[in-house]
Design a protein around this ligand. Structure first.
Ligand code: FAD
Length: 471
């Protein structure tokens, strides 16, 4: 006999979108049930943001040993114990997952581990791994089922030698030669990790550069640096096939500017984007509309076309980022609780790529601003002119502010350099409060810090950077 539950809010998926929706709905005194077929925390905590950043931190430590030589500090015999590294990464993940569990409980949400499927728009059946069935009748349902990596039929994943980031984050071994298919942020972060661990990395990217969705000038700087560090970038190149060789290596067939080639790797990681998880969940029983790519269509209050059904996070598209999902989860919960004023604002969503150095942005790139018909003025400031960056030997860095020629409005901010993932928050705050470039540049920043470069770039928009000759 299935267990029957009635609730005011049912959340399907306990990743960043779902768990934040459940916490906020609980805070707003709603009765909440949250279901996940795997673990709370979703892709982000278990197989994405958190484990990758734990390993990227380890990669940074390794890089710092190399840099230390310039300061007269030499450490002999640096060894990497992969088991200790894996255990540390897993402890970090587990700590955060139990933190989310604690927050859900603390806000009164009931968690069920099992796979959810709609029976109709108000009734969802949850099947746990031991076959137990719970039927949840809900006044409101928030779909937060996330996304899955894409794969190609000509590049089948085997989970061992041809893998996605999920398996790569387990660091199964340190390959001699690793091929990374896809030079987006997941591909480049994983390339950075394995490069620091000692693998020879070749990134195969269809577009003419990696991290191509960044501002062009910033992406070019990043591409130059990756190459200088020894990561091979095969751009404008497509993978057309793969096979396993008799020595256990994976052979990728590629075609690019130099014609067709065959490349052998000990490990190939595929990171060519994500698709929404919206099939297999009984969505057709509800009448909820998806677009051609399967993303659920929602309005700015995260409402689908069916009354009482909301959707948040990767399954609704836009940028597939955890912090975007967090905010959408909050919006859905607020709207369900009767706060009709609130809606999602997609104008200011910062992003970061945690490579070495980091890349980050918010708002329009210079190219996008021009395509949108804006006359732009640009302020840039290099880390080479920043005392703190020189002291840290982090000279490769640039901050770029794109402003509207007409009214000095900040349209976008883009950066490459140490701590860009932290520095971008300041740009998001300036844009969020609609400061002009002039107003932003007037704010006093601590000396000596990397953040002075951000202030100087804002001043540079109107040609009054102080620590550089303005042209
Ligand atoms: C390697 C990697 C690194 C990343 N790094 C970053 C980063 O640094 N910063 C950042 O912002 N983003 C990062 N992301 C992206 C981020 O992980 C996602 O944008 C985020 O997890 C989306 O949250 P979500 O709640 O929409 O979905 P998810 O986190 O995918 O959660 C969805 C949950 O729904 C569950 N589910 C699905 N179907 C069902 C069902 N039928 N029944 C029950 N449960 C179900 C799943 O088990 C899952 O737990 C990274 C992604 C990857 C792959």
């Amino acid at each position: 006999m299935p267990t029957e539950i009635r609730t005011e809010v049912l959340v399907i998926g306990a990743g960043p979108g779902g768990y934040v929706a459940a916490i906020r709905a609980g805070q707003l005194k709603k009765k909440v049930v949250i279901v996940d077929k795997d673990k709370v925390g979703g892709l982000c905590l278990n197989y994405g943001c958190i484990p990758s950043k734990a390993l990227l931190y380890a990669a940074e430590l390794i890089k710092n040993f190399e840099k230390a030589k310039k300061y007269g500090i030499t450490a002999e015999n640096i060894k990497i114990d992969i088991k200790v590294l894996r255990d540390k990464k897993q402890r970090i993940v587990n700590q955060l997952v139990s933190g989310v569990d604690f927050l859900l409980k603390g806000n009164g949400a009931q968690t069920i581990i099992g796979e959810a499927k709609f029976i109709d728009a108000k009734l969802v059946e949850v099947t746990s791994s031991n076959g137990d069935i719970t039927r949840v009748t809900a006044d409101n349902v928030i779909i937060a089922t996330g996304s899955l990596p894409f794969s190609f039929p000509f590049l089948p994943l085997d989970g061992k030698k041809v893998i996605t980031s999920k398996e790569a984050l387990e660091v199964p071994f340190i390959p001699n030669e690793m091929g990374v298919v896809g030079g987006g942020y997941v591909g480049m972060e994983m390339a950075s990790i394995y490069h620091a661990l000692g693998a020879h990395i070749t990134v195969i990217e269809m577009l003419d550069m990696v991290c191509a969705n960044a501002d062009k000038q910033i992406a070019q700087l990043a591409n130059q640096r990756f190459k200088k560090d020894g990561i091979v970038l095969m751009t404008s190149t497509k993978v057309t096939g793969s096979k396993t060789l008799s020595d256990g290596k994976v052979e990728l067939s590629v075609t690019g500017p130099e014609g067709e080639k065959k490349l052998a790797f000990n490990l190939a990681m595929v990171a060519v984007g994500h698709k929404p998880i919206t099939s297999g969940i009984g969505l057709e029983k509800t009448g909820v509309k998806t677009d051609q790519r399967g993303f659920i269509q929602v309005d700015s209050q995260m409402k689908t076309n069916v009354a009482g059904i909301y959707a948040v996070g990767d399954c609704v598209g836009h940028q597939l980022l955890a912090h975007k999902a967090f905010k959408e989860g909050e919006v859905a919960a607020e709207v369900i609780a009767g706060n009709n004023e609130i809606e999602m604002d997609y104008r200011v969503i910062p992003w970061a790529v945690f490579t070495h150095p980091e890349i980050a942005g918010v708002g329009l790139t210079e190219e996008e601003a021009k395509q949108n018909g804006h006359q732009v003025k640009i302020g840039t400031f290099p880390f080479r002119a920043i005392g703190r960056a020189i002291g840290m030997d982090e000279l490769d860095g640039l901050i770029k502010v794109v402003a509207n020629q007409k009214n000095d409005e900040i349209l976008g901010v883009h950066m490459f350099g140490a701590s860009a993932g932290e520095l971008i928050a300041e740009a998001a705050v300036a844009m969020g409060f609609e400061a002009s470039a002039e107003e932003w540049g007037k704010i006093i920043h601590v000396h000596p810090t990397l953040s002075e470069a951000v202030m100087e770039a804002a001043l540079g928009v109107n040609k009054h950077s102080i620590h550089m000759v303005n042209k």
